[in-house]
Design a protein around this ligand. Structure first.
Ligand code: GLN
Length: 194
């Protein structure tokens, strides 16, 4: 059985834990560096990235996790999780805090509008048959991607699901709702890797 950690500082971590449990993974909440050894993968949920970086400060988690991701730990960041993984941010709002990095993209926080402008939209995803209904909540926009980044889905011309080597990022929330095909894809790739 694959062991998947979910960053559980803040945000929609319970929904990811249920999705991964349902799909048969062994799950573990991650809030400190000592929760990392033995994991086959980690998921970084949506929520509020500025709260996450504050809660992580002083735990030592992000420096260790960032190195572990760069060393190859399969990682899936969604929404705020994508913001943690982006190598570059479009503004300085999180300057001074440890993030993670590891995904060669530039991301603009809150570029899809405010909470009340949240929306769902069908997106076509490489490898999946039939559209996926993607929910965007104060979502980050992927402004550009480095050459090693594969774009698996776009909305309105902008990348919304990307993958580079071991690191996946989504600007929407794939854990909300009943459709767990993206989690299943991530676990499937993992099955091949571990
Ligand atoms: N706007 C949030 C942030 O900047 C992300 C929103 C989300 O994860 N749904 O962290």
């Amino acid at each position: 059985m694959v062991r998947v950690g979910v960053l559980a500082l803040q945000g929609a971590f319970r929904e990811h834990l249920s999705a991964l449990d349902f799909l048969g993974a062994e799950t573990r909440r991650v809030t400190r560096p000592e929760h990392l050894p033995g994991l086959d993968a980690i998921v970084l949920p949506g929520g509020e990235s500025s709260a996450m970086v504050r809660l992580a400060a002083g735990t030592g988690l992000f420096p260790v996790l960032g190195r572990t991701i760069r060393a190859g730990l399969p990682t899936f960041g969604t929404c705020a999780g994508l913001i943690l993984l982006a190598d570059r941010l479009g503004d300085d709002s999180l300057d001074g805090y440890d993030r993670l990095g590891g995904l060669d993209v530039t991301v603009a926080r809150n570029a899809y509008g405010r909470q009340r402008e949240s929306f769902s939209a069908p997106v076509a995803i490489t490898g999946l048959t039939g559209d996926f209904t993607a929910t965007f909540i104060r979502a980050p926009r992927i402004l550009d991607c480095g050459p090693g980044v594969e774009i698996l889905a776009r909305h309105d011309g902008h990348p919304v699901l990307v993958r580079a080597a071991n690191v996946w990022g989504a600007s929407f929330h794939p854990e909300l709702g009943e459709d767990l095909r993206i989690h299943a894809e991530f676990l499937h790739h993992l099955g091949a890797a571990v």
